[in-house]
Design a protein around this ligand. Structure first.
Ligand SMILES: NC(=O)c1ccc[n+]([C@@H]2O[C@H](COP(=O)([O-])OP(=O)(O)OC[C@H]3O[C@@H](n4cnc5c(N)ncnc54)[C@H](OP(=O)(O)O)[C@@H]3O)[C@@H](O)[C@H]2O)c1
Length: 290
């Protein structure tokens, strides 16, 4: 089974390369210089060379605030790119595994979002990712879209690494406490995608559709920061834990609006033989590896 991976240097891209190492699947992984997902000719050439059985799209424009003033690039990478990949998947009659986000929702819900719930993105990033989902579902039949949230890992820039840096620089810091969601370890998303690839290899099919894949325990950014400091202290990465203050969203203004509530209902993951990311264990792994 031959797998074409885009965005190999991102958090998910790197975690996917880690989890696939101990399998017999053949991975053809590309960074944005080798495979620009906004370039149809480039995709066509790489697909003809690699002859994939599955395409995994880990590439995305993820600079949420920058997207507010750079919507053209955000749409190119998050909407046009997935559409071009979906065209290839349809042409070859192979699956496309694509990743989306909680930012497709407005965060006004009072109970966990189901995949079928009404979308209403509040930011350019969220709208561009929704446009990507729509182009994938309209272009090919064999797709799995995993919406995820609050992704962290050993790699790249993420909330865990930012908190660790700030904890070393400061004695106290304020973190937003009125936005709720579930942190997700990119290694768990990668393992979930690997399970999908192996299932497809074995059964020749998957329960195509859109699914919610995020952490198993809800928290706020403030709660997430507290868990990071406490575990980093236990792991010896911090000599002391900083004093943590709870901020309201209005005290930490950002160019892009974040959903205040983005918990996912992930019951439908059963259909894919997957379960939510045990993110506290993921956090332990990341802290051990840093
Ligand atoms: N990070 C989060 O908190 C979060 C939350 C919810 C959903 N998601 C979704 O989860 C997925 C994985 O996110 P991540 O955190 O792993 O992202 P990431 O670390 O920002 O990596 C994204 C990768 O996409 C590549 N890329 C950008 N433009 C490209 C292009 N035109 N062609 C090919 N590659 C391109 C980048 O490569 P270069 O660096 O070489 O440009 C980068 O390595 C994305 O779909 C994202 O939208 C992420």
């Amino acid at each position: 089974m031959r797998i074409l991976l885009t965005g190999k240097n991102g958090q998910l891209g790197r975690c996917f390369q880690d989890v696939i190492k101990n399998t017999e699947l053949a991975l053809f992984a590309f960074d944005s210089a080798e495979l620009d997902i906004t370039n149809a000719q480039n995709i066509d050439q790489v697909v003809r060379q690699t002859k994939p059985d599955i395409i995994v799209n880990a590439a995305a424009y993820t600079a949420v605030d920058k997207a507010e003033t750079d919507s053209e690039t955000a749409y190119l990478v998050n909407a046009t790119g997935p559409c071009l990949l979906a065209e290839q998947a349809a042409r070859l009659n192979i699956p496309l595994i694509h990743i989306s986000t909680d930012y497709v929702f407005d965060g006004e819900a009072v109970e966990p979002y189901k995949p079928s719930d009404v979308t209403n993105p509040q930011s350019v990033y969220g709208a561009s990712k929704l446009a990507g989902e729509e182009s994938v579902t309209a272009t090919c039949d064999k797709y799995i879209i995993l919406r995820t949230a609050w992704v962290f890992s050993e790699y790249g820039n993420n909330f865990v690494k930012t908190m660790l840096r700030l904890a070393k620089e400061r004695d106290s810091l304020g973190v937003v406490a009125d936005q709720y969601g579930s942190p997700t370890y990119a290694g768990d998303i990668a393992s979930a995608i690997l399970t999908l690839c192996l299932d497809y290899q074995q059964n020749g099919s998957l329960a195509w559709g859109i699914y919610h894949f995020s952490g198993d325990i809800p928290t706020s950014w403030h709660g997430f920061a507290r868990a990071i400091f406490s575990k980093a202290y236990q792991h010896g990465l911090l000599s002391k834990q900083p004093k943590l203050t709870a901020l309201g969203t209005e005290q930490y203004p950002t160019p892009a609006k974040r959903p205040a509530y983005s918990l996912f209902d992930s019951k439908e993951l059963d259909e894919l033989h997957l379960s939510s990311s045990p993110w506290l264990q993921g956090l332990d792994k990341v802290l051990k590896n840093l």
